[in-house]
Design a protein around this ligand. Structure first.
Ligand SMILES: C[S@@+](CC[C@H](N)C(=O)[O-])C[C@H]1O[C@@H](n2cnc3c(N)ncnc32)[C@H](O)[C@@H]1O
Length: 261
């Protein structure tokens, strides 16, 4: 018996290349897990009004991880499933109706981007549990938020045991101040940028560090960001990524360093 899709239809806003930052991070960070998966099945949950970012994710994974990757775009809105049909390229790329239960699939990887943003904060834990329970053994979920053009974003990496890390990412060429990243935190954290919460401490430390690194500005925003993140590490923040990722405008910390109190 097919399960009823879990969730609600929300705004379908999307844009070509909007998710390139998280996709590139997925290729670099989750690639090994997908490479060794018995079934290289990936779900893009909530692809929106057009399937463009699902098409892009499949292409990036095929080029950067393994050519036989199969991507299923799931949408809770049946009209958006019908609208995506012309972009299908079975068996590599297909579209179907589904929600947080993942339509009975057992994927090795799920990307759910800009989906939970329109839910209540109190819905997040159950949605995470439902999605991670459907993963194949060793599977991963990447859940997050970004702005319309993908210049600012934040995402959580989860597995069956729960949240593992938070990544913040910015297009450094247009970054005014790291404080703007607070507007694009994943739903679990976006209301927690308030004194007393760890994610607030992180954003404040980034902002202070960015100001302190102003002398690096003449060398470009990449140097300034790298100096900012190095400063966080020196101050004791437990960073999970290395300067190679910092230079891309990223920063990854363990979930325990930012989890809501
Ligand atoms: C803002 S769009 C995001 C599109 C694309 N992922 C992006 O980031 O550009 C959100 C989409 O998620 C869909 N959605 C919301 N809840 C869902 C759920 N539980 N399962 C599947 N799709 C869902 C909505 O119908 C909407 O089309």
């Amino acid at each position: 018996m097919t399960q009823r899709p879990q969730g609600v239809v929300t705004r379908g806003t999307t844009n070509p290349n909007r998710l390139r930052r998280v996709d590139n991070w997925i290729v670099a960070t989750c690639g090994d897990r997908l490479r060794t998966a018995a079934d290289p099945l990936v779900v893009d949950l909530g692809y929106g009004a057009t399937p463009v970012t699902a098409v892009e994710l499949r292409a990036r994974l095929a080029a950067g991880v393994r050519a036989d990757v199969r991507l299923v775009g799931l949408e809770i809105d049946p009209a958006r499933v019908a609208a995506a049909a012309p972009a299908a390229d079975p068996p590599r790329l297909t579209f179907a109706r589904g929600g947080f239960e993942l339509a009975g699939l057992r994927p090795a990887l799920v990307r759910a981007f800009n989906v939970l943003r329109q839910y209540d904060e109190r819905d997040v834990a159950a949605a995470w549990r439902t999605m991670t329970a459907a993963l194949a053994p060793g599977g991963l979920l990447v859940e997050g938020t970004c702005d319309e053009l993908g210049r600012l974003g934040g995402w959580v990496l989860l597995d069956a045991d729960g949240p593992h890390s938070l990544t913040l990412a910015a297009r450094l060429g247009t970054l005014d101040t790291p404080a703007t990243l607070a507007e694009r935190l994943p739903k679990a954290l976006i209301h927690r940028n308030v004194p007393g919460e760890r994610v607030h401490d992180l954003i404040r430390a980034l902002d202070n560090g960015w100001r302190a690194a102003a002398p690096y500005a003449p060398f470009g925003p990449r140097q300034r960001w790298t100096r900012t993140v190095a400063g966080l590490r020196e101050a004791g923040w437990p960073l999970l990524d290395r300067p190679r990722r910092w230079r891309l405008g990223e920063l990854t910390v363990p979930w325990s360093a930012v989890a809501p109190r």
